[in-house]
Structures are given as C-alpha cells and as structure tokens.
Design a protein around this ligand. Structure first.
Ligand SMILES: [Zn+2]
Length: 320
C-alpha cells in the first residue's frame, strides 16, 4: 500500500492531505523522503486498497460532494483477527449493503456525471468493527486495530477531499437493520427523546446533530430539516422508500430505531467541518434482498440524494 501511496504522491495533482496515524499501515514506510506526518494524496477516479485489500477506497471525481460507505457487509475472517467475543460486541453482518451502495453510486454517476467517493470494508464485523471507537471495538489483535485505522484514514481522506475541493458535502453511512418495521431509519445522531418531542424542542437542538453545518446555514428550521418537505426521510418516502423521521412518518416513537453511530458522528459536522453526515439504516424486504430490489432502490435513493443536494447545497442545478 505504501508504495502505491508514494506513487500517488508523485502523480497527484490535488492538494489533499491526510495525516496517516502511526501504525495505520502495515509493512512500514520504505520511502522515508516525505515530510512528517506522511501526506497522502488520493488521485481522483482510482481505486486504493488497504493491506491485503481488506478495505477499499474508490476515489470519486475530484469535485464530488458525496461520500458513501459500507462498513458492515464484510465476510472475510482473517486468522490474524480473532473473533470479537466481548459481551458488548455486536457482530451481525449488514447483508448486501456493499452491493446496494454500489448501485447508489452507479445511479449517482449516471444521473450527475460525478462519481461519489465510496469506501467499503470486506472483513467480517465479527473480526473488525469500523463503526465504534477503537476503545469500544473490542478487537482481539493489533492487526484488527491497524485495519480499523486504514478504514478511517480512507473516510478522513474522502472528507478532506470534499472539504477542500467542493467546500461542503454529504457523507452517507450505509447500514442494514433487522427491525420489524420495513422502513429506512435516518440517523442524525439526534436522540430519540428529541426526535419524539415537539418541533419547538427539536428546533433548539441542531448543535447535537451530524448535519449541524447544514442546519447552521439553512433557511429551514431544524425540525423542517428532520421531518419537513425537504428532509432526507421525506425525499426518500417521496421516491417510494418509506423512512423515519420524515413528513410521512415524523417520529420513531418507541419503535426500534438507530440514530447513527461512530462514523456518522466522527465524519459529520456536529463537532466542526463542512461535511454533514446521515446514517441510513435500510430494511431488507423490498429494498436490498434481491438484485432487482437493490437496482430499483439504489436508483430511488440516488434520486433522493440528488434532490437533497439541490435543495440544501445548491448543487446539481441542471440534473433532473
Ligand atoms: Zn451496520
């Protein structure tokens, strides 16, 4: 990997830098000529792999504002990464999420001419957990920790590209739930209590959300951004993909609902930056369980993303 990165450093034309954490790459840095910390340039429209190709970064177009990631659909079980058997470790796989993410990416490219940045992990969640902090991932080996760092270096690299080249953007962290209600759970890190509260209460908590940068610069109230006419969940439902929260289904109430995890929190804009993040917890039935469903829902989700970018970012003005 390092050799490839060094080549990219020479070939790269964009001033996009990622500070590699020490220990984030196996095999060491054979170059030794670069400044410290190592600055990585990701070349647009290339595929960059982590060690053993366990994690992949499909670098999108230089001016793409969109990042998609699929952390939980891996099935590889490297011997160097023993089973995460801690009592608090969640190990269930998000089945077909990488394929669904690819469908969304392809539909976005077909409609906008811009390839989004796409990151995915092929190692089983039972061995490496990208969507928790390293402390709460309960890995059983340094190899799993190193892979976690590689995955996060890719996410950070994508976010930095968007911030530098576009100025603002949207990260969608793609997941799958096994809950009874067949609807997409749209997560902004906002608590269930606040989502179930009145619009007035919701309007007082944009700073708790992973779309804080968007909210700060929006003419819409925060409750409108969560369950108004142009909320992400509403745009999904308008495409025929039921979602909560949305205008059609405003509150999770006491039903099963995920409000977003570590990656949405870390690479969204709650704590700064200009990339906002939304976690999409997709249902299986009618959405992702068959190739035909994934193709159809991938196109619908892409349409919702495009409408969201038009309404809230002023991007893709000429895309229908
Ligand atoms: Zn997941």
């Amino acid at each position: 990997m390092m050799k490839r990165i060094n080549l990219l450093l020479i070939a790269g034309v964009l001033s996009v830098f990622v500070a590699c954490k020490k220990g984030g790459d196996t095999g060491g840095d054979g170059g030794g000529t670069g400044p410290k910390p190592t600055e990585v340039v990701y070349k647009p429209n290339t595929i960059v792999y982590g060690s053993n190709k366990y994690v992949t970064f499909k670098v999108g177009d230089a001016n793409s504002p969109i990042i998609l990631a699929s952390p939980h659909d891996g099935e590889l079980t490297p011997a160097s990464m023993p089973l995460r058997d801690h009592k608090d470790a969640v190990t269930v796989r998000d089945l077909y999420l990488t394929l669904l993410t690819e469908e969304i990416s392809n539909a976005l490219f077909a409609k906008t001419g811009l390839r989004p940045h796409v990151i995915f992990n092929d190692v089983a969640r039972s061995r490496m957990e990208p969507n928790r902090s390293l402390e709460e991932a309960y890995h059983k080996s340094e190899a799993a920790n190193a892979l976690w760092r590689e995955y996060h270096a890719f996410l950070k690299g994508a976010r930095d590209m968007v911030q530098q080249n576009v100025g603002k953007g949207l990260f969608l962290d793609m997941h799958g739930h096994g809950h009874t209600k067949q609807r997409v759970e749209v997560g902004y890190i906002v608590s269930r209590t606040n989502l179930n509260a009145t619009d007035a209460v919701l309007n007082s908590v944009p700073a708790t959300s992973s779309i804080y940068h968007l909210a700060k610069n929006s003419p819409y109230t925060f409750s409108q951004l969560i369950r108004g006419d142009y909320a992400f969940g509403t745009l999904l439902a308008n495409e025929g993909v039921p979602a909560v929260p949305s205008k059609q289904d405003p509150k999770p109430e006491q039903d099963d609902y995920f409000n977003g995890g570590y990656c949405t929190l870390t690479y969204g804009s709650r704590d700064g930056g200009t990339v906002s993040a939304i976690q999409l917890e997709t249902n299986g039935s009618n959405l992702r369980n068959t190739p035909a469903q994934r193709k159809a829902s991938g196109a619908k989700i892409a349409d919702a993303i495009i409408k969201y970018m038009k309404n809230h970012y002023g991007l893709f003005p000429n895309v229908n």
